[in-house]
Design a protein around this ligand. Sequence first.
Ligand SMILES: [Zn+2]
Length: 427
Amino acid sequence: MNIEIKNILAVLPKGDGYEVKETNIYIKGDTIEKIGDKPDGFTAEKVLEGKDRLAIPGLINSHTHTYMSVFRNLADDLSFEDWLFKNVMPREDKLTNEDAYWGAMLACAEMIKTGTTTFLDMHMFKNQTINAANKTGMRAVISRGLAGNGMDEGAVRRLNEAKEEMEYAKDMSRISFMLAPHAIYTCDREYLQIIVQEAKKLNLPIHLHLSEAKSENAQTMESDGISAVEYVEKLGIFDVKTILAHCVQVNEKDMDILAKHNVSVAANPKSNLKLANGIAPIYQMLDKGINVCIGTDSCASNNTLNMFSDMNYTALLHKGTNGDPTAVTAEQVLKMATENAAKALDLENVTGAIREGLKADIAILDLNCPQFVPRQNLVAALSYSANGSEVDTVIIDGEIVMENGKLTLVDEAEIYAKANEVMERLK
Ligand SMILES: [Zn+2]
């Protein structure tokens, strides 16, 4: 469908930063054809009025586990062990594929409603995230969580499932893939090396949890006398394009290694705070030129997949911890949630900005709400005053997946009812 967004304030890339200006956006099929005057021969099949609206690039959630949205508000204010071993894992073992599907549907609904158009998922239920993304219209990078030792039965099965998913989704243009060794404490050395070889063969990036908790450094220090980042470097993982989730427990030397290998980091500020794992040194990472983006992690450890909330934390935390109110600016935060993430997810020629030639992934916000009045620095407002409730209309790949606050492709009430049923059963 050809869409014209008329007379709208838009957050557009300018130099290293952004400018906000009133313009028109012309979408032809799945692509932003023109920003400004109407291109010759363009006929709009749908016109969206831009008065009192703000168009922003669709946000990108760079690390999540969508199926876990059924675990929202399940286990809070507990020790990590009580949270994981007594509450999350026993229920996770009982989840069926259908349960995981409704968890992922709930996650997609929440993400779209708060302006996220793309996410990177690590999951364990074959095809379920793909189905949910496909149904709701989201763009997704899928990575089957891989855990195992060498070529044991589970290790082989999980890797095969990852490959079967690629075959399953080969005609879905909004779906792409990564290989996701879960963590260094769930994959042994041999399995990690096998995954690196597979990633090279399949030309896929790697998505890995690393240095989330202190115990990971303790493990590699004991086995090899080096940090978790050095251990992963030694295994050759960084020979492949890599995105690491967390990187809370990293030192100067670790960060230099990440910068040297162009490794991207998905910071998950709220999840790390909630589980008391600490705060990733984002300010220092940015200073070293590391490509940093933002993830929500799952609803089991964050309770929301609303990127505006994690953007707010990202903009505030590092000022406080560094005693420097200039640390991590609102512009940098928006970049992390869009362009940097697109780069990390191998989608820089696809999404991450409102730019001619990129796919049309756009969130339209209603400016008629107190948090955007008076209309001053609207980029700063996205990190400091917006809360996601302003998102009114969302376009992904040129398709309107939400209009006037309502999801267009799915029945929201059904999603909520099904997700509630899952937890009723698992109580
Ligand atoms: Zn995670």
